[in-house]
Design a protein around this ligand. Structure first.
Ligand SMILES: O=C(O)CCCC[C@@H]1SC[C@@H]2NC(=O)N[C@@H]21
Length: 269
């Protein structure tokens, strides 16, 4: 394993350098510590100045994940950040957004040399079945007619050897899959660039334009799965996603469509 990834401090100048021409599209705020980068943007949304606002922090004291779970991270060992996206009225915001974010994370990491990445619906990023990154999308309420969403992303970079992650037995970090580790500012810039490119496509053409790319990385394609969190448990074969980003499960009797992200998808093997 290479030297600690935290050797290079987070720096707006460095992220902007890596972004090049694209840096003017983003407004970056770097915090030493906060409860949750999602909360920073949700609680005090910055004024709409046409840029994508980004909050990145060294340490979250109350990081959260999907379904009310805690998101644990360690200073320097994880990259934790959130972005605020505003869409034109009528844009297809909620449904496929978290899937698009997952795809953007995969593409960014692939460009930095990580291989074997897969997506678990709706948006976990896995390598060999172990979770490398998580995404939490929360919609911004009551902001007039412009739909807006906070997209929070946590990437495990180089977890401490004794890291205990509650409720998440199958966890991995970037240090196990790429050498040398990408520098954090470069990684953040790559992630922002991919998010920007894919959200543009999504806003213009909907999830249908990205469905094929998502399905290529579907960790459960054609495999037996079990869904919990619905009124009743659903078991069947994972038949991919539809043009809205809904998960399709082929049961013995029907093709069931699951749109809610508040479910848990598991292998049924
Ligand atoms: O896998 C999950 O359940 C989603 C995890 C999302 C974690 C990120 S870290 C940055 C942002 N701030 C948070 O509190 N959560 C997200």
């Amino acid at each position: 394993m290479s030297a600690s990834i935290s050797d290079t401090p987070l720096s707006a100048a460095s992220v902007n350098l890596h972004l090049g021409d694209r840096s003017s599209a983003f407004a970056l705020q770097i915090l030493d510590e906060c409860a949750s980068t999602n909360s920073v943007l949700l609680d005090t949304p910055p004024a709409d100045d046409g840029r994508v606002h980004v909050v990145v922090t060294e340490r979250q004291t109350a990081g959260r994940g999907r379904r009310g779970r805690q998101w644990q991270s360690w200073p320097g060992a994880s990259l934790t950040f959130s972005t605020l996206w505003r869409f034109a009225p009528g844009a297809p915001v909620p449904a496929g957004l978290s899937l698009v974010a997952g795809l953007a994370v995969v593409r960014a990491l692939e460009k930095l040399g990580v291989s074997g990445l897969q997506l678990k619906w709706p948006n976990d990023v896995l390598v060999n079945g172990h979770k490398l990154a998580g995404i939490l999308v929360e919609l911004l309420p009551g902001r007039g007619r412009t739909p807006a969403a906070v997209v929070g992303i946590g990437v495990n970079l180089q977890l401490p050897a004794d890291a205990q992650i509650a409720d998440q037995p199958g966890v991995t970090d970037l240090g196990h899959h790429v050498s040398p580790l990408p520098e954090r500012n470069q990684l953040l810039a790559q992630l922002l660039a991919e998010l920007h490119a894919l959200f543009d496509t999504y806003a213009a053409a909907g999830f249908a334009a990205l469905r094929g790319a998502w399905q290529q990385r579907n960790a459960f394609a054609d495999l037996p799965v079990r869904i919990t969190g619905e009124v009743q448990e659903i078991a069947g074969i994972c038949a991919g996603v539809d043009d809205d980003g809904a998960l399709l499960i082929r049961t013995d009797t029907a093709l069931v469509r699951i749109l809610s992200g508040e479910v848990s998808l598991r292998s049924a093997k």
